[in-house]
Design a protein around this ligand. Structure first.
Ligand SMILES: O=C[C@H](O)[C@H](O)[C@H](O)COP(=O)(O)O
Length: 257
C-alpha cells in the first residue's frame, strides 16, 4: 500500500519552504533517479510530500537514504523504502535544508545538529541541492544565522575544542544545551555540538575556516558546506522561487510558472 500525499494550503514561512522544496524536487528528482538522499529539518517534509506526488509506480523502485533520526522517521511514515548509505554509497540526488547560504552556495548547516550525516550524504550524491525559505538567502555567512557555526565534537574533547576556538577567533563559542533535558544536546551519533560565531572577515572565507576547524582534535564535523551544491532554492513571500546555481547564475521562477 502506498501513502497518498495530503497537500494542504499553507501560508507565510511554511508556504515559502514548500515552494522551494517542490521546485527542487520538480527539477532534480527525475523518474530515472533510484537512490535518493533525504535531508533534515523543517523544510524537508515538503520534499517528501512532493516526491510522493510522483506516484507509487515510480517510488516503489526507489531507495531513500536518511541524514538522521528525523528523516528516517519521515521516510518510514511516508512508507517509502529505507536504505543505508553504507549499502548505497552513491546517491543520484540528495535534497537538504540549510540555515544560511551565501552567494557562492557555501552554507551553514547543523541548526538541528545533523551536519555529520548530512555531509556524508551530500558528498555521496551526484547532485546535492538545498531548499530553504527566503530568510536563509544571504551574501555572507553569519549575517543572518548569528548563533555560530555548528561543530560536532567528541564529548571527551569539548573543553579543549572550546579553548582552541577561542584562540582562533571565536571567544563566545559555547556548548549547545538541550531545551527539555538537563545538559547538552547529544547528536544522533552520540556527540556534542558547539556553536561558534566568527567575525565577518573569517566568514567571508568559509572554505579556509572549514579547513582550520577540521584540523582541531576532537572535531568530528563542521556545519560549513563549501563547494558542494549544484543549486539552492529559496521560496519567497510573493510566491516566487529564487534559484542560485553553482557558478553564480541566479534564476527567478515566477509564482505562475
Ligand atoms: O541540522 C539540521 C540541518 O542542517 C537542517 O537542514 C537545517 O538546520 C535547516 O533546517 P530548516 O529547514 O528547519 O530551516
Amino acid at each position: 500500500m502506498s501513502v497518498q500525499p495530503q497537500v494542504v494550503s499553507l501560508e507565510g514561512i511554511e508556504k515559502s519552504k514548500q515552494l522551494a522544496a517542490w521546485s527542487a524536487v520538480d527539477n532534480h528528482v527525475l523518474p530515472e533517479h533510484k537512490i535518493i538522499g533525504i535531508g533534515s529539518g523543517s523544510t524537508v517534509p515538503y520534499v517528501v510530500e512532493r516526491i510522493l506526488t510522483q506516484g507509487s509506480s515510480v517510488n516503489k523502485d526507489r531507495i531513500f537514504i536518511p541524514t538522521g533520526f528525523q528523516s528516517r522517521q519521515l521516510i518510514i511514515s511516508a512508507q517509502l523504502t529505507l536504505g543505508d548509505v553504507s549499502q548505497y554509497p552513491v546517491l543520484d540526488v540528495t535534497i537538504d535544508g540549510a540555515d544560511e547560504v551565501d552567494h557562492d552556495l557555501n552554507s551553514i548547516k547543523g541548526g538541528g545538529a545533523c551536519q555529520l550525516q548530512e555531509k556524508v550524504l551530500a558528498e555521496a550524491a551526484k547532485t546535492w541541492v538545498m531548499v530553504a525559505d527566503y530568510r536563509k538567502n544571504s551574501e555572507v555567512l553569519g549575517t543572518k544565522w548569528k548563533q555560530g557555526i555548528p561543530i560536532e565534537v567528541v564529548p571527551f574533547a569539548y573543553v579543549g575544542v572550546l579553548r582552541r576556538l577561542d584562540s582562533i577567533g571565536s571567544p563566545t563559542a559555547g556548548l549547545r544545551m538541550a531545551k527539555m533535558k538537563a545538559g547538552p544536546v547529544v547528536t544522533d551519533n552520540g556527540n556534542f555540538i558547539i556553536d561558534a560565531p566568527f567575525p565577518e572577515a573569517q566568514m567571508k572565507e568559509p572554505a579556509k575556516l572549514l579547513t582550520e576547524l577540521k584540523l582541531i582534535t576532537g572535531v568530528v564535523e563542521v556545519g560549513l558546506f563549501c563547494n558542494m551544491a549544484k543549486a539552492a532554492y529559496f521560496g519567497n513571500e510573493d510566491g516566487s522561487v529564487t534559484v542560485k546555481w553553482t557558478g553564480g547564475r541566479v534564476e527567478q521562477i515566477s509564482p505562475t510558472q
